[in-house]
Structures are given as structure tokens and as C-alpha cells.
Design a protein around this ligand. Structure first.
Ligand code: CAA
Length: 692
């Protein structure tokens, strides 16, 4: 037997062990070997039952995603499951680690399922822009019921072994030696002559869904709200409806067709690109081999504003003790109160158990004495965005922090090298740029300074992953990658207003494109005054935004900004006063207003960003185009199903992007719109960003 699949006998039970590190993905060759092993045990009359289990850290974590987009090869996962279902003797799946996607579908094809206490089981396909394609949409609801299947398939989030047992997905949780106990379980099944019921033949759980079509539609609609623009959620809902409406054979065939259609589509390709780009982003090729991250037992966050409080929560959520430090008791209390409120809101929505809420709050200590940083292995400065203020904090840290502590700044624009130079230990300094709200947004830009030591960089990446973020390593420049690109978009959004559009036109075009919020609504939410103050410090001006601030219109917090907000409402309402201001400003600047359509708005806002990204790549501030895509998807709401700005540009064709930029340069006189050298070079060579 091959190395990928081994079979051994334990009395009358055959144990099939799958061994395809790191995650036992069901690649072509593995499926073929698995079928071979199953056929062999089927015909062996001395074998009364079969256990399927995996070596290494996990049960099968799904199909091999690298094979998607290529012609499917037989035997497919469906073929594997068909062989299992036709075995005529009990087959038991013994799961540990993460049984996901096609892996869980194989288990659903077995007669019985057992799992280790820490196992997690799920159908994450939706996160890859597809639906389960090997029967998951039909067998899962037959075991756990429609509600639970909808939740698992539409969120893609795995459930624990305990929840799996409760819902009927597995038959037993097994502590200790999984394979051995699974063999004992299989033997019991044989001895007790338990009937071999296949999930596909069960109707009881489906029949108990008595709500009918109306209840199903209501449930489905609640999930659709989150899946705006995505094809897969709609397809998953259709497939689950087929479970209720159609004979199982027909429903399975339809599921397969839908899966094949989705997997070949652009959305799935974009989401696969992001899956691999996320994993690549944390890899630093020039980090010397064997560099180990420093151990972080306790963190400290300086500054208990919205950002600092959000960052502290990230650590508490990951079970890491953290000290939140402020200068005054009042500011500290405000920060801690905000944290408690956020956790309570989450608990009241059912997202957090009361016990978890308590333990997280208990992990956050508040202090007003900066000397308490002495107890931390990692200190993150999240004070006011001002170089002098930040440098003073680092002078204090230099004096008070442990000698080997990692000193991080959460600056979103400032020069990390200048901050580091103010200390006696610039090699310990690194940027950790979180995105607001920090406890929600998954991105963290890890800013590598000129002097950042390899193990400090490794620590920043490792801790980023540990607290559930997607860390992306970037270099030093004003605004790093994300905000430097965003600045281009903001300038262009203002320009488009002066040329003829209104905030609601721009926001509608961008939300239609797939952003959760348009740039002006987002500005109102964050506070327009932030950019205003920053521009003033740099001697820059934005005609409309600055005028709004001068009128005291800071956004939602003053109930007026680019939009108007009714008392207690966060819904932006177009405001005639703002329209008048825009029209007057255009006239004052001698601009003749004209209609600007949605497509032009999208191109005007996105292409200059893509151009800036090309410069960022050329300078080496970002290492890979995929890093930039991950930054925009996880930090700025770029629709994941478009794969991020660079993937999107490749799909459009870089020649189109270049030509439009040249037009914009002529139209606006902005030299920044001239196609960047890298962009021009790629077009000349007929290549895309993905070829870099
Ligand atoms: N196919 C190919 N490669 C995979 C993979 C998969 N399904 N899952 C993980 N990998 C690779 C990763 O790219 C990574 O490779 P590098 O080391 O080269 O970067 C390596 O395996 C380890 O992965 P992680 O870094 O993510 O490891 P982790 O321990 O943090 O997480 C995991 C493990 C939870 C399994 C996570 O990798 C994961 O969620 N994987 C995807 C699971 C998934 O989506 N399965 C469904 C596939 S679709 C399907 O199954 C449909 C069908 O059959 C019809």
C-alpha cells in the first residue's frame, strides 16, 4: 500500500490511515489510493468493520484546493463516498483536528462517526466561494437538521465535537487513543449487529422541520443579508431547499452541478487567491532559518482610546493577559467601560457565554502608572497620532520595559524608523498597525523597520496569528500600504464630487461594487475631523471635507457630515446643504459640473489606488501583490469575491487600467495618475501582477 494510505488489521477490524501532511487534503492520488484500500477491505471476508482515520495533526481538512479550477479527476470524492456506502460492512470515521469540507463529507458517507474531544467539524466551502460538492448539503441536514445545517454551511464556521454530538453529527466523543477506541467502537457495532443506516437514507430530521417553506425562507433570508454580492450563499440555500423538496438522488446531482459551476467561476478563483495570499503574507523569505519568536505571556497597551481598548480585547480574546495603561483615571475608566459594554453586547447577542465574558474581562488589567509596562513581554503603543507624543512614550518604554520586550507602535502613518531611533534598542521596535474596530477587523500590518531584529519580526507575525489576525509584513513609508493607497482614493473621491457627483452617488457606486460602505459614509463613521487635522499638519487641503469640518460637521458624532443623521440613527440621509456647498465650490473653482456615472466613479476611485500599489511594489514596501489584496480585503472591506485590488486589476486587464489612468492624468492634470513604471512594464510584457 502507498505511503498516502496505509491499512492495518486489528483483529476483525481494518484500520485505514490517511497520511498526507500537513492537513490530509484529499488530493487526486490520495482518493485513488483510498478507493483501493476500501475495495481491498470490502472483499476481505476476515474484515468485519472498517475504521477510517488520519495520521498527523488532523483528519482530512477538505479537498486539495490547489486542484480546484483544473478538470476534476476520478475517482472524485463522490466516488469515494459511493464505495463507502456500498461496503456492506460498518465503516467508522474517527476524526481529530479539523474535519472540514470534503473531509467531513467522507465522514458523512460513513455509517458511524466518532471524534476526539478537541475536534472541530465544518463545511467551510462558502469561504472559498463554493458549496459542498460531495453531498454535504444533503447528508448534513439529514443528520443535524435543517437549522444547524444552514448555520454550518452558510457561515462556514466549524462546530466543536460537543456540539456535533448534541446535534447528532457524531455518535461518540472519544478521549484517549482515538484509533484504538474507534476500533473498539466498530467492534461493538458488529457485536451488537447495529443496523447500517446511511445518512442519505434518513428522513427523520428533515421531517421534523415543520416550519415549511415560509420558515425556511425566513431563516435563509437572515443569512443572505451577510452574503451581499456573493453567488455561493444563494446556491447553498437552494441546495438545502432541495434537501426538503427533492428525492435525495436528484438533489445530490443538482448539488454537484452547482458546485462545478461555482468552482469554475471568478468569485471562487478570487476567494482561493485570498486563501493562499493570506497564508503567504505571513512568510518572510529573508528571515534567517531557525529564527524563533519570543514568548509573549503578558502584553501591555498604552492608550485606552477606541484603538487601544480594541487591541487589548484582541489579547484577552486569545487568552493572553494584558495591561491597559492610561495617563488619567478617567480616561482609563472610559476605556475599561467601553470594553465591558462591548463584551456585554456580544454576550447578550449570544456570541459569548457569560463565563467567557467574565474571564476575558478579568484578563484585562487597568493601570495609570506607565512603569507597569515592566511586566510585559510585548508593549503596544496606541496613543495620539503625533510623532512627538509617540517618541516620548518610546523614551519611557526604553527606560521601563524589560530588556527583551518587543516594543510595537500602532501608528497608521508615521515613520517607524524615526520612532525606533529615539530608543537605545531600535532592533526591538516594530509597527503593529491595527484597523478599527481593532477587535473586529482581521488585518494587522506588521511594519518592519530598518533595524527590526528578525526574532522581533517573527514575534510580531506569530502574535498576530495567535490573536486571530491576518498579519501582513510591510515596509516603512508614509501610511504604509493600506493608508497610502487609501489617500489616493480619498483625493479622487473629493475630485469626483467637484466634477459633478454627490456623496450618495459615490457611495452607491462603491457599495454596488461590493464595499460594505461607501467612502463618504465611512468617513462620517470614523470622523471627518481626523483627516482634517492630519491635512492641516501637512499643509494639505480637501475642499469639501475641510469646509464641512469648519462648519462643525465632523460626521456621525455631530449628527452631520457628508450626510445628515436623525437623532439616534446611523443611517446617512442626503443633505441639501451639503449639495449646495459642493455645487458652490465647483463654481468657485471654475469647474463645470457634469454627470459622472457609476462605472466612472469606480474606475476613478480604484485605478489610482492600483497605480499607487504598483509603486509600492516597485519600492519593495509590499513584497507581493497578494499581500496588498489581503490588506484591502481584511482592512478596508474590499469585496473578497473580487480578490482584492491587484487580482481585480489582473482580471480587468492591466492595459485597460493603464489606458484609463492616462486619460485621468490628462483630465485632472494630476501627475500621480501617470501609469507607474511597473504597471507600464507589465503591460508591455503582456503580464499581470500575479506573475510577479
Ligand atoms: N488544500 C490544499 N492546501 C491546504 C488546504 C487544502 N484544503 N488546507 C490547508 N492547506 C495548506 C495551506 O495552504 C498551508 O500551506 P503552506 O504551509 O504552504 O502555506 C498548509 O496547508 C497549512 O495550512 P494552515 O497554515 O492554514 O494551517 P492551520 O493549522 O492554521 O489550519 C486548517 C489548518 C484549519 C485545516 C486550515 O488550513 C483550513 O481551513 N484549510 C482549508 C479547509 C477547507 O476550506 N476545506 C474545504 C475545501 S473545499 C472542499 O473540500 C469541497 C469538496 O470537497 C467538494
Amino acid at each position: 500500500m502507498s505511503e498516502l494510505v496505509k491499512v492495518h488489521r486489528d483483529g476483525n477490524v481494518a484500520v485505514i490511515v490517511i497520511d498526507n501532511p500537513p492537513v490530509n487534503a484529499l488530493k487526486n492520488e490520495l482518493r485513488a489510493k483510498l478507493v483501493e484500500a476500501l475495495e481491498q477491505t470490502k472483499s476481505d471476508t476476515a474484515v468485519a468493520a472498517v475504521v477510517i482515520t488520519c495520521a498527523g495533526r488532523t483528519f482530512i481538512a477538505g479537498a486539495d484546493i490547489t486542484e480546484f479550477g483544473k478538470p476534476p479527476q476520478r475517482p472524485t470524492t463522490i466516488d469515494v463516498i459511493a464505495v463507502i456506502e456500498a461496503m456492506g460492512k460498518p465503516v467508522v470515521a474517527a476524526m481529530h483536528g479539523t474535519a472540514l469540507g470534503g473531509g467531513l463529507e467522507v465522514a458523512l458517507g460513513c455509517h458511524f462517526r466518532v471524534a476526539a474531544p478537541g475536534a472541530r467539524l465544518g463545511q467551510p466551502e462558502i469561504k472559498l466561494g463554493i458549496i459542498p460538492g460531495a453531498g454535504g448539503t444533503q447528508r448534513l441536514p439529514r443528520l443535524v437538521g435543517i437549522e444547524q445545517a444552514l448555520a454550518m454551511i452558510l457561515t462556514g464556521d466549524p462546530i466543536s465535537a460537543q456540539d456535533a454530538l448534541r446535534s447528532g453529527l457524531i455518535d461518540e466523543i472519544i478521549a484517549g487513543d482515538l484509533a484504538q477506541a474507534a476500533v473498539a467502537f466498530a467492534r461493538r457495532v458488529v457485536d451488537e449487529r447495529r443496523p447500517l443506516v446511511l445518512a442519505r437514507d434518513r428522513q427523520d430530521k428533515l421531517a421534523s422541520f415543520t416550519g415549511g417553506r415560509a420558515a425556511f425562507d425566513e431563516l435563509a433570508a437572515s443569512y443572505m443579508k451577510r452574503g451581499k454580492g456573493l453567488d455561493a450563499p444563494r446556491a447553498a440555500i437552494d441546495a438545502l431547499r432541495w434537501a426538503l423538496d427533492l428525492p435525495v438522488g436528484e438533489a445530490l446531482a443538482r448539488e454537484r452541478d452547482k458546485f462545478l459551476e461555482l468552482v469554475a467561476g471568478e468569485q471562487a478563483a478570487a476567494q482561493r487567491h485570498i486563501f493562499f495570499a493570506e497564508r503567504a503574507a505571513a512568510k518572510v523569505p529573508d528571515l534567517p532559518a531557525g529564527v524563533k519568536p519570543r514568548e509573549i505571556k503578558r502584553a501591555a497597551v498604552i492608550g485606552a482610546g477606541t484603538m487601544g481598548a480594541g487591541i487589548a480585547m484582541c489579547f484577552a480574546n486569545a487568552g493572553i493577559a494584558v495591561t491597559l495603561i492610561e495617563t488619567s483615571q478617567e480616561a482609563l475608566a472610559r476605556g475599561l467601560d467601553g470594553i465591558a459594554k462591548t463584551y456585554k453586547a456580544s454576550a447578550s447577542r449570544g456570541g459569548l457565554s457569560p463565563a467567557d465574558m467574565e474571564s476575558r474581562i478579568a484578563l484585562i488589567a487597568g493601570e495609570t502608572d506607565i512603569a507597569t509596562v515592566g511586566g510585559a513581554d510585548l508593549v503596544i503603543e496606541a496613543v495620539f497620532e503625533d510623532m512627538a507624543v509617540k517618541q516620548q512614550v518610546f523614551v519611557d518604554l526604553d527606560r521601563l520595559a524589560k530588556p527583551d520586550a518587543v516594543l510595537a507602535t500602532n501608528t497608521s502613518y508615521l515613520d517607524v524608523d524615526a520612532i525606533a531611533r529615539g530608543t537605545q534598542r531600535p532592533s526591538c521596535v516594530v509597527g503593529l498597525h491595527f484597523f478599527s474596530p481593532a477587535n473586529v477587523m482581521r488585518l494587522v500590518e506588521v511594519v518592519r523597520g530598518a533595524a527590526t531584529a528578525p526574532d522581533v519580526l517573527a514575534t510580531a507575525i506569530a502574535i498576530g496569528s495567535k490573536i486571530g489576525k491576518v498579519p501582513v509584513v510591510v515596509g516603512v513609508c508614509h501610511g504604509f500600504v493600506g493608508n497610502r493607497m487609501l489617500r489616493r482614493r480619498s483625493v479622487e473621491a473629493e475630485r469626483v464630487l467637484l466634477e459633478g457627483a454627490l456623496p450618495q452617488d459615490v457611495d452607491a457606486a462603491m457599495t454596488r461594487f461590493g464595499f460594505p460602505m461607501g467612502p463618504f459614509a465611512a468617513s462620517d463613521l470614523a470622523g471627518i475631523d481626523i483627516g482634517w487635522r492630519m491635512r492641516k499638519a501637512q499643509g494639505l487641503r480637501a475642499e469639501i471635507a475641510d469646509r464641512l469640518c469648519e462648519l462643525g460637521r465632523f460626521g456621525q458624532k455631530t449628527a452631520k457630515g457628508f450626510y445628515l443623521y436623525e437623532p439616534g440613527s446611523r443611517t446617512p440621509k442626503p443633505d441639501a446643504e451639503v449639495e449646495r456647498l459642493i455645487v458652490e465650490t465647483s463654481a468657485r473653482l471654475g469647474l463645470k459640473r457634469r454627470p459622472v456615472d457609476g462605472n466612472e466613479i469606480v474606475e476613478r476611485l480604484l485605478f489610482p489606488m492600483i497605480n499607487e500599489a504598483a509603486r509600492i511594489l516597485d519600492e519593495g514596501v509590499a513584497r507581493r501583490p497578494g499581500d496588498i489584496d489581503v490588506i484591502w480585503v481584511h482592512g478596508y472591506g474590499f469585496p473578497v469575491w473580487r480578490g482584492g485590488p491587484m487580482h481585480y486589476a489582473d482580471n480587468l486587464g492591466l492595459d485597460h487600467v493603464r489606458d484609463r489612468l492616462a486619460t485621468f492624468a490628462a483630465q485632472t492634470g494630476d501627475e500621480g495618475h501617470r501609469p507607474a513604471p511597473l504597471l507600464a512594464r507589465l503591460v508591455a510584457e503582456g503580464r499581470g501582477f500575479s506573475s510577479l
